[in-house]
Design a protein around this ligand. Sequence first.
Ligand code: MUC
Ligand code: MG
Length: 403
Amino acid sequence: MALDVDGLGQGKIARAILLQPIHLVISGMNPQITSVEAILVDLPTIRAHQLSMATMQHQTMVIIRLRASDDIEGIGEATTIGGLSYGEESPEGIKLTIDTYLAPVLVGQDATNINDVMLKLNKAARGNRFAKSGIETALLDAQGKRLGVPLSALLGGSVRKTLPVLWTLASGDTHRDIEEAETLLAERRHDTFKLKIGRRTVRDDVAHVSKIKAALGDRARITVDVNQAWNEIDAALGIAALEAAGIDLIEQPTPREQRGALARLAARFIVPIMADEGVTGPEDALDLVRGSCADVFALKIAKSGGIYAMMRTAAVADAAGVALYGGTMLEGSIGSIASAHGFSALPQLSWGTELFGPLLLKDDVVTARPQYRDFDLHIPEGPGLGLQIDEEKLAFYRRDKQA
Ligand code: MUC
Ligand code: MG
């Protein structure tokens, strides 16, 4: 009997179901997770990247390979910044958590029921959001491949095919930062630049930022990320000067626990204040909204515990009229494209994204790295993430490689 699959209005999904191995269709059994592998990968950066709490010369990522009984493999990434200096999970800790506690819960589960699998993980392990986010990405990648649709289709569909991406100037040298920005503007790769500050005195930081803003003028938007380094008094002094210099956005000036300080700064200044470390999941978002603590939230799939949790965080912001920004943990291609699929499905994303992680790395472990042009990241359109592991590169960069 000929079946008019396109007539079902879900042609791709119906076709993919028809292409399932015959035993699955006959038995009605969904594919089960058969193995989960967490691989530490060390990749060099194109230059030193200075943040208030760490200087990165390389990035360590945890690449996750999740296989199912229908021979479909999903890939995911769990990556943080500067070991344990940014968050509570380190790359080595993420691998240990997955190998010892999460993989045994995952094996044997229905690989297609992502909500159920994530609930089981949340019962088995508290917190550990980065590890869970990487696993959720692998499940979604596999399911997208299984159904022959991009990951964003599993989120209800994308409302944007490309995402604006800023670049972080963090070489530690003002003149080098200006040259870097000029080159990237000329190449039409970025027209918004984020400066990482908080390492030096407030006076030195303000001088550094003001010189860059004066050099670039109206040709570029400039934002700053203090990564919690200021107390409230320093923040008030610093933000007043940065606002006068024409800076567009101030990210996490004070420690994440000090919500009152953030609220007072947000009320005092016109320049928008963005919460990053202070807003992990929807619960934080609700508290920040109740306290009128921030004008913008930086969303990240890793700190939320996955794409779905990031979207729940975004929903709280939407309900409260808080603007949104697509953040990064400086992931490589796999983590950045997972974030991109999630951000592509959000109703609003007024402050664009910072998904430039792949551009900070000299190399990566995928066969085709993401495309950036005309100030935007172009999201791959293939099934799942739309990315494939490059086996040779993975073998070369994995920490446990055989000599
Ligand atoms: C952060 O705190 O926002 C994002 C860009 C960058 O350079 O560092 C990250 C982390
Ligand atoms: Mg930040």
